[in-house]
Design a protein around this ligand. Sequence first.
Ligand code: AGP
Length: 607
Amino acid sequence: MCGIMGYAGPQEAAPIIMDGLKRLEYRGYDSAGIAIGNGTIKVTKAEGKIVNLEALLEGEPSNGKIGIGHTRWATHGPPSDANAHPHADPSGEFVVVHNGIIENFQAIRDELAAHGSEFASDTDTELLAHLVAREYDGDLADAVRRTVALSEGAYAMVVMSTREPEKIVAVRKISPLVIGLGDGETFLASDIPAVLHHTRDFLIIEDDEMVIVTAEGASVETIAGDPIDRAVTHIDWDAEQAEKGGYEHFMLKEIYEQPDVITETLGGRISEEGTVWLEDIEFDDAYIAGLDRVWITACGTAYHAGLIGQEIFRRVLRIPANVEYAHELRYADPIIGPSELLIAISQSGETADTLAAARIAPEHGSRMLAITNVVGSTLSRYADDILYTRAGPEISVASTKAYMAMLIAQYLLALRLGAARGTVDRARAQAVAHGLHLMPAAIEEVLRREDQAVVAAERIVDAEDVYFIGRGLDYAIAMEGSLKLKEISYLHSEAMPAGELKHGTLALITEGVPVVAIITQRAVYSKTISAIQEVKARGGKVIAVAYDTDTEIERHADMVLRIPEMNDLLAPVAAVVPLQLLAYHVARLRGHDIDQPRNLAKSVTVE
Ligand code: AGP
């Protein structure tokens, strides 16, 4: 999730690009840079927020009417001046910015190095500049085409060169790119809000397309070079809508970003066969083979991600795994040994209780692995090993896409640990990898059913209490669904294992009381049906979350929110989405401030 800007026209490019980058800062901001063409290409870049780049540019003559810029959300290589984009080839004649992951970056780097290339950064992006320079034979678009053919992954790539100084050549392979069409000037950006104050007319670039930008306009082609007659899209959002990408709230925007977040978090880390590479994990296979237990600690939604993780690690690693609330673990004087791994999960990496619990590990000679969304966060600096989620900045207090990324990260970790322990055979690894690669499309299908979540929301919006039930992984999802509803709609909710209902809470299930039942886990299907029947027998109203292929559930539930059929181990990734949408629409119907719910903070840095 980085921010990209480009400009070609009669105005000075630098101020326009810098203004656009600031409007894209929500996409990531651990470093930023700008390249301005005027005979040569002048690159200026700085670690940290955009204000650091502005300070470097202060007083510099801004001479150049074409340029590109970038705000970075680090994936390869820590935040630093050297790793900031744009990146140039050694000659400085070819300059690139890029958003996404080059999955075969190591093979490219090795091949370039074998032919004498030297590198100024740790990034995969710099390799693209080297490739374009090597492939250039008089046509910049062709050189970019050949570079794309050599590069695997999901990304957007933008190139300029002194050899063809009036052009910007860009390619989209999943990461977004839009072209703003002005009067004698053309804009390029990762997202519409960055240039909406200049123009409302856009060309939306689709996957596997190239666009050649000049001051006069833009020509769109397939990656093979066939011209595309792309219709102009007129955007009539107001400024506030623009910041939310046209969505009414950041929360809904972030729910809809989840397919891309899955793609980004998986990017470059897992093959079709299920082989996993985790770039910031230091421990070796001998350590993994000696592991006796996995502890997970976190708070809130991150804890609910850990509830899924403990089940995944148990099933895949066949060793004990348990998730503990960080605010409990830190005072529990736990027995954690050197052959036990403590995983701390935190979107912000700044949650006080989670930081305190994470520090128990070194006191017991154990390793601590951080799963976090913020590069350079306090938790990441405490950790022996880091598994970064790549959800991009999450603005809404209610966590959705970061939670999704935490789940993906734990599946990746489980496959990596399972491979080293020999508890995951190739067939199983391949099946899980296949399911994960299909997940973005599965989530998009669930999102297409949002209207069903609206109907369900209308049914429970006036309830006093809502209960969520499920067994195993379904219970873990029930916990997250309940928290989502509570924290943004202020409607009281409670989640529990479906088997626990009859041990007391059933006393509260009377006529019309809504119960949301998640029922994806086939091994306990009939048991969850029994719990649903207990609810129905007392007049409760059941909203089920079930697979498309479940033909029995209609006989028991009052309403069914469907998800595509999939491996039960992966079902939580899809099953949580209807519950996120349900919570969102109940809150919307209740007229609440969804992104900033009362009494809550995005990161609880106090104890
Ligand atoms: C989740 O929607 C809440 N915002 C809250 O429970 C949050 O998950 C919790 O405070 C932990 O935050 P962290 O992931 O940044 O540590």
